[in-house]
Each structure stands twice: as structure tokens, then as C-alpha cells.
Design a protein around this ligand. Structure first.
Ligand code: KG4
Ligand code: ZN
Length: 353
């Protein structure tokens, strides 16, 4: 089954064709990073307007790369939420229009479910349940347990900022460019992660929730103190601060993911979302699995292709296959008008359990 996926939840206009949930025939992403770098973050109205001229050319390119005509597509999948409503609407209405015109099923997809299923793209091995996934990006920071396909059981979530949001805000404090994650990770290579002992919010021994706002404030305090001492931030200070901050984030993320893996005796554990592209996070996870002597059959998944970690449409087309297999009759070529796509999809996500 060949599914055309569409994703416009934030600042990426993306389209992709994926076969049977795993084989990526094409994945095209038009990024607005340069536009939002000027404001140090995404301005929703600016993002939404930019999706409009990009949407159709991006779909055309995805079809061309997959060497398929629109009529050869079996279903249309589109991110319905969560995300910036004004951005979501561009992709959602495009998907609805295509489904109606082609008389093909429209599969509305939850963005975070897409991130989780990105780990199966371009793989063919058996998926083993139960597995636990840490979804960590600019907008989300959650731990999910899946005992079966699409059976999302939320184990924990951030009480304030997502880790990606903290990366982006700390980058601003250190004078680094947007998006903050890759910029911090780059300068951290020259820094000492032990230089500043930033706080780790554990929120109790057994808690699977997260909090990064205190860490953000701790960085602000350090930056202000350095200004008071030196009158500027040296390259070495920025590198040490970035490395120490990154270590504090990764430490908390890894320890909670591993705690959940033990508690639920999982067969697989996954990292997903934009922050899962972080090299130190991956390294620390692998080394802690060794240190904590996990079963050697434990399967660890994170995407080797970094463009599948950050927002993309292949993950949307990928997860849509599983939604469709579970309940093919649910997806109509002529869907009722959803005045608010976010409300619709949030309800369906909760009900998947
Ligand atoms: O998944 P994504 O593209 O969008 C959301 O759904 O939010 O994630 C974007 C986030 C940004 O906050 C960005 O700074 C972060 O992922 N990110 C990283 C890295 N690459 C992207 N954070 C840490 N290290 C990275 N290498
Ligand atoms: Zn995302």
C-alpha cells in the first residue's frame, strides 16, 4: 500500500511516499529555518503563510522522486495535530482536497505517533512488543509504552518545557543561532561537561515526568554571573556551558527512559523526535545500557537518517499504514468537515488505547 504523507505542523512543509509503513519511496522537506533564524524562533503567522506556496511543489516533487502519478497513490495521510493550528490547516485542507478529488481514503495522523513510527522507516525486522519510546522534540517530551501497534500508554510527560524548547532557549542565552539543538551540540564538542554542575530535576525516585524550566533558569544565572565577572561570554565559557547543559538534559532523559524500560520489562526501547538526533544522547543511552547490564537481546532503535528524527512526512505516511490496517473502514475518501483538526485527532489518539 503506497501512502502519500503530508506534514505542516510547524515550520517544515513536507511530503513523502511510503510503502507498507516502512519503505520510503521519497521524502521531501522544505525547511523554513533561514526565515525563522531572523526572529530566533517560529512566528506562527509567518510559518503558515510560507507553507502556502511550498505545499503543492513539495507534493509534486515527492511524487516525482517516487516515480508515481497521483492516481497510483492508495491513500492520503496528513498531520492533524498537535501543532500550530494555522500551519496544520494548510496541510490538512490540502490532504482533504486531494482525498476528495482522488476518491482515496484520508488518514488523519497524530504528529507524535508519526515521530514514534519514524523508527521503523527503512527497516524490515520484526517489531517486538512491549516497547517504550521517549519522544523528545521542541514541542513534546513524553514517554510512551506500546504493548501493541498504536496502543499508546503515556507513562510521563514534561511539566513545563520540552527538552528541545530548553535547547532552543539556552542557545539564545548563549548567543547561538536557531535551532538551538544542533548549535549547542556543535559548540559542546569543545567544552567540558563537568565544568558546571547544573541541576537535574528528578521529580521523585519513581517519577517518569520531566521538568526543564529550572535548568533553563540555572543557565541564565550562570550567564549573568559570567557577564558580571568578565563583561562578556568567552568562547570557552559558551562551550563549557553548552556541554554542561547538554549533559544535564541527556542524563535525565536517559535515566528516565531506562527506568521505564526496566519497570515494564520491554523488548525494545526507542528515541524519537528532533532531540533524538543528539549524538551525546545516543552515546549516553548506549553506554548506560552497558553499565546497567540490560539483557543483550534488548533492541534499541533511533533513526540513522537524521531527517527522520526532526519533522518530516515519511513518518506520517509510515504510521498511517498501521492506522489503516487496524481499521480500514474508518477512513473515508469523503471525510466530514473537521472545523478543528487538532480536536479531531487528539480525541482519536486518546481512544487508540
Ligand atoms: O521534531 P522537531 O523537528 O519538531 C517538533 O515537533 O518540535 O524537533 C525540533 C527540536 C528543536 O527544539 C531542535 O533544537 C531540536 O529538536 N534538535 C536537537 C538536535 N537537532 C534538533 N536538539 C538537540 N540536539 C540536536 N542535535
Ligand atoms: Zn515534531
Amino acid at each position: 500500500m503506497k501512502i502519500l504523507g503530508i506534514e505542516t505542523s510547524c515550520d517544515e512543509t513536507a511530503a513523502a511516499v511510503v510503502e507498507n509503513g516502512r519503505k520510503v519511496l521519497s521524502s521531501v522537506i522544505s525547511s523554513q529555518i533561514a526565515l525563522h533564524a531572523k526572529t530566533g524562533g517560529v512566528v506562527p503567522e509567518v510559518a503558515a503563510r510560507e507553507h502556502v506556496p511550498q505545499m503543492i511543489p513539495v507534493i509534486e516533487e515527492a511524487l516525482k522522486k517516487a516515480d508515481l502519478k497521483l492516481e497510483e497513490i492508495d491513500a492520503i495521510a496528513v498531520t492533524a495535530g498537535p501543532g500550530l493550528l494555522s500551519s496544520l490547516i494548510i496541510g490538512f485542507t490540502t490532504g482533504m482536497g486531494l482525498a476528495k478529488a482522488l476518491e482515496k481514503p484520508l488518514i488523519p495522523v497524530h504528529h507524535v505517533a508519526g515521530h514514534m513510527y519514524a523508527n521503523f522507516l527503512q527497516t524490515s525486522d520484526e517489531i517486538q512488543f512491549p516497547f517504550v519510546t521517549l519522544t523528545v522534540s521542541g514541542g513534546h517530551n513524553e514517554l510512551y509504552l506500546l504493548r501493541e501497534h498504536l496502543g499508546f500508554e503515556k507513562l510521563g510527560e514534561t511539566l513545563d518545557d520540552a527538552a528541545g524548547e530548553a535547547f532552543d532557549k539556552v542557545a539564545v542565552l548563549l548567543g547561538l543561532p536557531y535551532p538551538g539543538g544542533p548549535a549547542i551540540s556543535k559548540v559542546a564538542k569543545n567544552g567540558d561537561q563537568m565544568k558546571i554542575r547544573f541541576p537535574r530535576a528528578r521529580l521523585g525516585k519513581e517519577s517518569l515526568d520531566f521538568s526543564f524550566s529550572g535548568l533553563k533558569t540555572a543557565v541564565l544565572v550562570e550567564v549573568k554571573a559570567e557577564f558580571a565577572r568578565e563583561g562578556k561570554l568567552s568562547d570557552q565559557f559558551i562551550a563549557d556551558c553548552a556541554a554542561s547543559f547538554q549533559e544535564a538534559v541527556c542524563d535525565v532523559l536517559v535515566s528516565k527512559l531506562l527506568f521505564a524500560a526496566k519497570k515494564y520489562k520491554v523488548c525494545e526501547l526507542h528515541l524519537a523526535g528532533g532531540v533524538s538526533a543528539n549524538k551525546r544522547l545516543r552515546e549516553l543511552l548506549m553506554s548506560q545500557i552497558q553499565v546497567q547490564k540490560f539483557n543483550e537481546n534488548l533492541k534499541v532503535r533511533f533513526s540513522q537518517e537524521l531527517s527522520y528524527c526532526t519533522d518530516n512526512a515519511a513518518m506520517i505516511a509510515g504510521v498511517a499504514y498501521y492506522y489503516f490496517q487496524k481499521n480500514p473502514g474508518k477512513y473515508s475518501a469523503n471525510p466530514a468537515f473537521f472545523p478543528n483538526p487538532q480536536l479531531h485527532i487528539l480525541n482519536t489518539f486518546e481512544n487508540e488505547k
